[in-house]
Design a protein around this ligand. Structure first.
Ligand SMILES: C[S@@+](CC[C@H](N)C(=O)[O-])C[C@H]1O[C@@H](n2cnc3c(N)ncnc32)[C@H](O)[C@@H]1O
Length: 282
């Protein structure tokens, strides 16, 4: 039987699954920001008053970390409702009720829905007013969330949406894996290349570079790019590359962080002035 390709619906269901909800909720409560995240946030987001948009906020690990660092104009969203509900509860527990949480798919922010909406009479801005073009002074898509979107065109759509939401010059910070980061990785990907040439890859995968595996966080889809791919995607969606480095080059992490997450590459970019629409689709 054809198992079918992994889609956004697969990924969303996996993140709404109990194993993932427990994993990311624990991290939001107990782990907080990694040393590397904190260093780069402080470097690329110097303005604590700027309205910031966090994509793929999960259970709020980074959102609440930003709040603790003193950022006060925070909007966060995720398409996994169970995770955003956890983030919202944690924000209330930590007296950070001013953070606005939305259910939204990063590839199309026109359908964002406010979590736990207050009565209209209270005047809380709705999605239509929050997700305005150029409304944000910066955006983040941390811990590889962007690479959990199947299909390069969809990842570019997400970068395009963040571009649409940010002001010219605004910073974007995100992470990815890197297929070329070590000799072991390169050897594994040479084997995977041969599987694709023979047509013996996991039939659920969408593109070369994809992985679909099960670990303590449940089922996980992840696209592992090489550096060139990410640089091309930034150019195609109107982001100017500002910085990239492997996490180990940025900070030495506590073993709890290394247990929670593999090595990754950090990327920072700034929002350029325009996007050429014909460039968005690869
Ligand atoms: C690895 S988790 C990271 C969660 C959180 N940022 C953290 O660091 O703990 C990636 C997150 O991206 C979200 N995500 C993936 N694709 C998404 C999409 N298309 N739209 C919105 N959220 C998405 C997932 O639901 C998940 O919560």
């Amino acid at each position: 039987m054809d198992p079918g390709k992994i889609t956004a619906a697969t990924v969303r269901a996996d993140f709404n699954d109990l194993a993932a909800v427990l994993h990311y909720t624990r991290a939001a409560h107990d782990l907080g920001l990694w040393a590397s995240e904190r260093a780069l946030i402080e470097r690329f987001f110097p303005d604590h008053h700027a309205p910031l948009l966090e994509a793929g906020c999960g259970a709020g690990r980074v959102t609440l970390g930003l709040w603790a660092l003193g950022y006060r104009h925070l909007t966060a969203f995720d398409f996994a409702e169970e995770l955003v509900d956890q983030a919202r509860s944690l924000a209330l527990e930590r007296r950070a009720g001013a953070i606005r949480f939305f259910h939204a798919d990063a590839t199309d922010l026109r359908h964002a829905r406010l979590v736990d909406p207050p009565l209209p009479a209270q005047g809380e801005p709705d999605a239509f007013h929050v997700f305005r073009e150029e409304a944000f002074g910066g955006a983040l898509f941390m811990f590889n969330g962007l690479m959990q979107i199947p299909g390069r065109g969809n990842r570019r759509a997400a970068l395009g949406e963040l571009h649409r939401m940010c002001r010219p010059g605004a910073p974007l910070l995100f992470t990815t894996h890197d297929r070329d980061s070590s000799p072991t990785e390169r050897a594994l990907w040479r084997l995977e290349t041969r599987r694709w040439i023979r047509g013996e890859q996991d039939p659920r995968l969408v593109e070369f570079g994809d992985r679909y595996f099960t670990d303590e966080a449940g089922r996980t889809f992840m696209h592992l790019p090489d550096r060139r791919e990410v640089l091309e995607d930034l150019v195609a969606t109107g982001w100017n590359h500002a910085f990239d480095a492997m996490r180990a080059e940025v900070a030495r992490e506590h073993h709890a962080v290394r247990e929670f997450s593999d090595e990754c590459r950090f990327w920072a970019a700034t929002r350029g002035l325009t996007v050429a629409p014909e460039n968005v689709t690869p």
